[in-house]
Design a binder for this molecule. Structure first.
Ligand code: ADP
Ligand code: MG
Length: 565
């Protein structure tokens, strides 16, 4: 002990640092938002642990963040009296990237700076953003309840050092040694304005030192001396507890960035206070971009849970069904006990009712978003695949979810999924009772399916389904708005309602004329097929294979075969 040791960063950290310094330079002031956000998280974590061990507060129970500027040494310091870190935690949090899927993320980077800088937004910047403005960062931290503190120091170039130090109170000081030319961050005015802009919503005070003034005489009057003091620059009230009417768009957006660790603005949000048999506040956001690890099974998701404004846990996944796992937000309940654990959450009545409430709020928010087709398309293109899991997972809200789905269809000439079932119904032909769809391996295959010929001829729209999940979706969506969804590839398809008498007669005659040919086909094919019929569905192709109404579709058969069934 007492020795300074040198450690190397994980390879991905080096890549991240490099990329960040170059791509975020034009928006460098966000480093302060990231550091204040971490300080606030650290306060939340301490408050949570102190619920069961109040001695952790020691004699310092007022949680806050302090920012100090030192012009002579050219440093900016962010100090908190939150949870702090042990040496092991410093090594794992400030020397590696713990997120699942990190390797995959970095393997996607192309080396093209403009492209990569968009990706970095999805990844989240965090602590390492300090190096955008600092050429050396010193972190001194002491874990709550521990005696020993540790000092981490790095120039952001591949390695860092660790050394034991003495530090008076618990918590973390982050000292940025500003790069040449970054003197604006030594200006109190500048720093205050950044805090107001990005960190106003932080629920603990973000303080700066206010110089005092000595006793003085003015116009013959004595003005008393004012002592120097720390004073809060932000509002320091939990944002979701404030009234909707007093909150600005910018405040909602900044709060989103804080809780989601996302870099882009959210697409939409919904803020609700519920009082009565249930008492809670929810603030739910739809992100603009899917996180890089949305399809990673282990990826964390869920809401930030508070009980009576006390932070309880991140990523509480119990309050959202899986098909809405992309939603970010805060849930503050007054009905759950403060000592609630993940296990307890699993099966309480309160959880169920909160989940119901949050689900319904989210679906309403999406319906509202759908009123603006352009905005909704942004949402659909990012998260539509996830929402398609909905009808299978959530029986109760099936119809509402179905209303939010979008498909490609023969009505458009491109692959974009922008047709709602309600649009389709609005365009149905006279005499048409059902919604028709075709499922294929790709949009092109669906579009050129021979099954579509008769529909084209009759001018009937068909939904073109080609996503992996579509077969699964459609199995759980037998109807919408009282109309059956029917595959064009299944037998028993009766379009005769849409034909006139003359056509029907002509079809009858054709069938009779081909009777002997059919017998020959049947003999030749034997057990390979169930039946051979004359079809009026085809216009250009000579023949096609159909499945029986109640049989598995060919797509489903392929799927089953591929998993060895
Ligand atoms: P994120 O906040 O998204 O987890 P960061 O890069 O901002 O990522 O921070 C990495 C981790 O370092 C945090 O999750 C936290 O465990 C730790 N950390 C950072 N700053 C502090 C702090 N001020 N106090 C305690 N822990 C911190
Ligand atoms: Mg952070």
């Amino acid at each position: 002990p007492g020795q300074k040791q040198t450690h190397g960063f994980q390879a991905e950290v080096k890549q991240l640092l490099n990329l960040m310094i170059h791509s975020l330079y034009s928006n460098k002031e966000i480093f302060l938002r990231e550091l204040v956000s971490n300080a606030s998280d650290a306060a939340d974590k301490l408050r949570f642990l102190a619920l069961s061990d109040s001695s952790l507060y020691g004699n310092d129970g007022e949680l806050r963040v302090r920012i100090s500027l030192d012009e002579a040494n050219r440093t900016l310091t962010v100090s908190d009296n939150g949870i702090g870190m042990t040496e092991e935690e410093v090594i794992s949090h400030l020397g590696t990237i713990a997120k699942s899927g990190t390797k995959e993320f970095f393997s996607q980077l192309s080396g093209d700076q403009t492209k990569d800088s968009k990706l970095i937004g999805q990844f989240g910047v965090g602590f390492y953003s300090a190096f955008i403005v600092a050429d050396k960062v010193t972190v001194r931290t002491r874990k709550a309840g521990a005696a020993q503190a540790v000092e981490w120091e790095s120039a952001g170039e591949g390695e860092y050092t660790l050394a034991p130090v003495t530090k008076e109170g618990r918590g973390t000081d982050i000292i940025l040694h500003l790069r040449e030319g970054e003197d604006e961050f030594l200006s109190r005015w500048k720093v205050e304005s950044i805090i107001t802009k990005y960190s106003d919503h932080i629920s603990i005070p973000v303080e700066m030192w206010q110089e005092g003034s000595p006793e003085r005489e003015e116009d013959g009057e004595t003005i008393a001396a004012i002592a120097g003091n720390w004073h809060a620059v932000n509002k320091a009230t939990a944002l979701w507890t404030r009234d909707k009417s007093e909150l600005t768009e910018a405040e909602y957006q900044e709060f989103y960035k804080h809780i989601s660790h996302d870099w882009s603005e959210p697409l939409s949000w919904s803020h609700n206070k519920v009082e009565g048999s249930s008492n809670y506040t929810s603030l739910l956001y739809v992100p603009k971009k899917a996180p890089f690890d949305m399809w990673n099974r282990e990826a964390k998701h869920g809401l930030k849970l508070y009980v009576q404004r006390v932070f309880i846990m991140d990523d509480a996944e119990q309050f959202m069904p899986s098909y809405l796992r992309f939603i970010k937000g805060v849930l503050d309940s007054s009905d759950l006990p403060l000592n609630v654990s993940r296990e307890i959450l699993q099966d309480t009545k309160v959880t169920q009712s909160l989940r119901k409430g949050c689900t319904s709020r989210t679906l309403k928010m999406l319906e509202k978003l759908a009123k603006d087709p352009e905005q909704y398309q942004l949402f659909w293109d990012e998260f539509g695949q996830v929402l398609k899991e909905g009808p299978a997972e959530d029986m109760v809200n099936k119809e509402q979810i179905a209303g939010l789905l979008r498909f490609a269809s023969t009505h458009n000439d491109d692959a974009s999924q922008n047709v709602a079932l309600a649009d389709y119904i609005g365009r149905m032909k006279e005499g048409q009772d059902d919604i028709y769809y075709v499922v294929a391996d790709s949009y092109q295959a669906a579009k050129h399916s021979p099954h579509l010929e008769v529909f084209r001829k009759k001018g009937i729209e068909v939904l073109l389904l080609s996503d992996r999940i579509d077969e699964w979706l459609i199995q759980h969506l037998p109807e919408f708005d009282g109309k059956k969804l029917r595959s064009v590839a299944k037998g028993g398809l009766d379009l005769s309602n849409l034909d006139d008498e003359e056509t029907k007669k002509a079809q009858q005659e054709t069938a009779e004329a081909f009777a002997s040919v059919l017998t020959r086909f049947k003999t030749a094919l034997g057990d390979e097929v169930k039946d051979v019929k004359v079809s009026h569905r085809l216009t250009d192709s000579p023949a096609c294979i159909v499945t029986d109404e109640h049989d598995m579709s060919t797509q489903m058969l392929k799927l089953m075969e591929s998993v060895g069934q």
